[in-house]
Design a binder for this molecule. Sequence first.
Ligand SMILES: Nc1ncnc2c1ncn2[C@@H]1O[C@H](COP(=O)(O)OP(=O)(O)OP(=O)(O)O)[C@@H](O)[C@H]1O
Length: 487
Amino acid sequence: MSGDSWAVAVDFQEVSNPPMQFDFSKKVDRIRAPRTMRGDINGNLVPEKKENGGVKKDGDGVDLAEQSLLNKLIRRTLVRNRNQVEVQQNDPSSPLYSVRSFEELRLKPELRRGVYTMGFNRPSRIQENALPMMLAQPPQNLIAQSQSGTGKTAAFVLAMLSNINPANKWTQCLCISPTYELALQIGQVVEQMGQFCPDLRLAYGIRGNRMERGVKLQEQIVIGTPGTVLDWCTKYKHIDPKKITMFVLDEADVMIATQGHRDQSIRIHRMLPKICQMLLFSATFEDSVWKFAEQVVPEPNIIKLKREEETLDTIKQFYVVCREKEDKFTALCNLYGSLTIAQAMIFCHTRKMAAWLAENLSLEGHQVALLSGELTVEQRAAVIERFRNGKEKVLVTTNVCSRGIDVEQVSLVVNFDLPVDLDGNADNETYLHRIGRTGRFGRRGFAVNMVDSKHSMDIIKQIEMHFNRKISKLDTTNLEEMEALIS
Ligand SMILES: Nc1ncnc2c1ncn2[C@@H]1O[C@H](COP(=O)(O)OP(=O)(O)OP(=O)(O)O)[C@@H](O)[C@H]1O
């Protein structure tokens, strides 16, 4: 099988045995669904064309919006974070509230029921502070930053649902999101949390969702992308911006990385009344995000939750000297022959190499999953789900998968190709993210780096120096030595 045909075979395997459905079409009845969608090979609905036009190379560059979507699709639980939340109040003299339970928030009974039905027992760390601010009277503006999976979406959805008056048949909350797949994900949370609110209606302001000009929407909540929502407010007049009481900007960092979204968001913001509550969320907070946030959220309260640092403390790191890819492959097989490996992730630099390796491992009798950039986000999520459920023991991947994906049972990470930046130097950050997949939550993990040239040996030295951690030499042909080092 050629490299490419292997990838096709994996696609086929996914089609014939679809592990997970992302059935966006279920929403069609109750909510206006986008029309410019096509079915992907899993029979799921996917957009005709990416709105942010992410370009992928053979090296599998990561598209921010896709990464966010992937995180949402595969996230089942809150991300653990033990850091303290940092709060800056707009009015430092007003008392600082935080809540430890949903009861304290005095939610409408139907919303409390929705929250508990979703299995939320208590607010997450960011929600403890953000929810009282978002639900306060008079309304307060908020800028909140915390990494993906810490409960931001659930927090602002609860705020939107609390804000609207379902008896009023016009749009009251506008929520904008960088892509329409992300908008659909937010919509699902609205549906779940609002399942006991009978009069609640939701519309998607996304490309392809057309109505006659001048027809006013009756849906209280509109979630959409900036361009369409802007058109709906201006050109098509489906929404009266003066009646908006809450404006939510999600994934601000992804938003401003996308051409035009920043300006469209600012234009929407300008049409809203002064008393409209503005909420902005972001996973990261570079200067550019901050500047944008200041433009669209006047007099903000600010909440930040620092990311918990990944650490290399519980990970034993090794390097193996090899000559070429066949040699690396033999070293990998030796590792498997002598170690008890629960699950392993193997990183390659290119799709081609990943496909070659996956094919050869498979021929050796390993159950292998291949994850690389030619798969749709939904297919990638499905591959990760299968791996997480233990259906495959080895995941071969390019960079698409190095961040944000927790697979707790991974005990071995192999850098079949070392992570390098565009200049060919060690990419320490990527190294940390890759290796950080193993040894999580205090468990022990192993990382093995394949070194096939003087240059890659230099990279190992750079990584050692950067993290101030020793990377020991491993001879995979010497079973005794390996056992002694690894035990
Ligand atoms: N209070 C809570 N208790 C338990 N689970 C929660 C709570 N809040 C959110 N979750 C769950 O945690 C996961 C992550 O939450 P959420 O999507 O709101 O995070 P996020 O910060 O918005 O992440 P992303 O930016 O990736 O969307 C979801 O599966 C959500 O259902």
